[in-house]
Design a protein around this ligand. Structure first.
Ligand code: DAH
Length: 345
């Protein structure tokens, strides 16, 4: 009886096949080959009608037994493979290994410093205001006593959007905007981005400034000195010394640049027998520009310069952050290297 032999032969053949397949794909191929709808068992069964009717029940029974046995073999092999795979995983698993820490964002160091500067002025009673980065020629220049042919416009390396529309080159346009929308007495700081056509080791096309403006009756240069000295000591520590040097800005008269005693060498000009590289041995570092609001600026916004006086100042936030944290390279602020940023988280 050929069919009986063929049926029984399936068992050792499957055993051999199973022994040789070591992955789930091979196993599945074998299952289809032996037990599938068009598999070998099914093909043998299809030949059942060849037998005399009397032998068929017996063979049917044998076929069932073989099918059961094939299924058992198949399941046993699959279980063994699953178990081996799991054991390999467990062997590789190190319960003592540190887990993946979730990343946590934080404010950029420039944003942090900018907020700290503004917070310091808030405690002095200043409001924080903001305005557009795309600015008109009027606010960026004209109202600040910088008429079209003024040579000081060259200092600014302006990026133009179109004729008379610029990316603001400084936060000073907020002076005019504030004076037009408020009445004195007023005291504001305006933080924000500014843009210049300038890019090298110490300049980036976009950077941050904080502008300050105070207008009232009888505001004097002494108020400016007192305010900025208190501010610098709040930011850089009570030991900080402050000096004012005469300078020029079109929108202030008189104008000054403010230096503080060097944050690196404490004003000595040298450290560990070497010339201080931050102040280049001078003991001072420049920190901001300021002055008494020029009467022409008041006239542009409709204030009476006989009635009110005021002071203004503008500072670069990146510069303050560099001095505060001893950061040597401006470009670090804009590369967004997480290893750098995370130090300020
Ligand atoms: N706007 C100037 C700049 O960007 C900085 C400045 C100087 C602002 C003197 C002022 C000021 O308000 O009084 O270089």
């Amino acid at each position: 009886m050929d069919l009986v032999k063929e049926l029984e032969g399936l068992i050792p053949e499957l055993e051999e096949g199973l022994n040789q397949s070591s992955d789930l794909q091979g196993l599945e191929a074998l299952r289809v080959d032996f037990l599938g709808r068009k598999g070998r068992l099914a093909k043998i069964m299809a030949r059942l009608p060849e037998l005399p009717a009397a032998e068929r029940p017996q063979l049917g029974q044998l076929a069932n037994t073989v099918k059961q046995r094939l299924t058992e073999l198949f399941d046993a092999r699959k279980n063994a493979l699953d178990a081996a795979r799991e054991a390999a995983l467990v062997a590789r698993f190190d319960a003592g290994m540190p887990g993946n820490m979730p990343w946590k964002g934080s404010l950029h160091v420039v944003t942090q410093v900018m907020e700290e500067l503004c917070a310091t002025f808030r405690t002095l009673g200043y409001d924080v205001v903001s305005g557009p980065e795309v600015e008109t020629d009027f606010y960026n220049f004209e109202a600040l006593n910088l008429p079209a042919d003024h040579p000081a416009r060259d200092m600014q390396d302006t990026l133009y959007i179109q004729d008379k529309i610029v990316l603001r080159t400084h936060t000073s346009p907020m002076q005019a905007r504030t004076m037009l929308s408020r009445k004195p007495p007023l005291a504001v700081v305006a933080p924000g981005r500014v843009y210049r056509r300038d890019s090298d080791l110490t300049h980036t096309p976009m950077f941050h400034q904080v502008e300050g403006l105070m207008v009232d009756k009888h505001v004097s240069m002494a108020d400016l000195r007192g305010t900025l000295t208190a501010f610098m000591r709040a930011v850089f520590g009570p030991q900080t010394r402050v000096r004012f040097r005469p300078s020029f800005f079109p929108f202030t008269e008189p104008s000054a640049e403010v230096d503080i005693s060097c944050v690196m060498c404490g004003g000595k000009g040298h450290a560990h027998g070497e010339t201080c590289r931050v102040c280049k041995g001078t003991g001072w570092v420049e920190i901001l520009g300021c002055g008494m609001v020029d009467p022409n600026v008041f006239v542009h916004v409709g204030y009476d310069p006989e009635e009110v006086t005021g002071f203004a100042f503008g500072l670069g936030v990146e510069r303050i952050a560099m001095l505060k944290y001893g950061i040597g390279d401006l470009r670090m602020f804009f590369e967004n290297d997480v290893r750098f940023l995370a130090q300020f988280a």
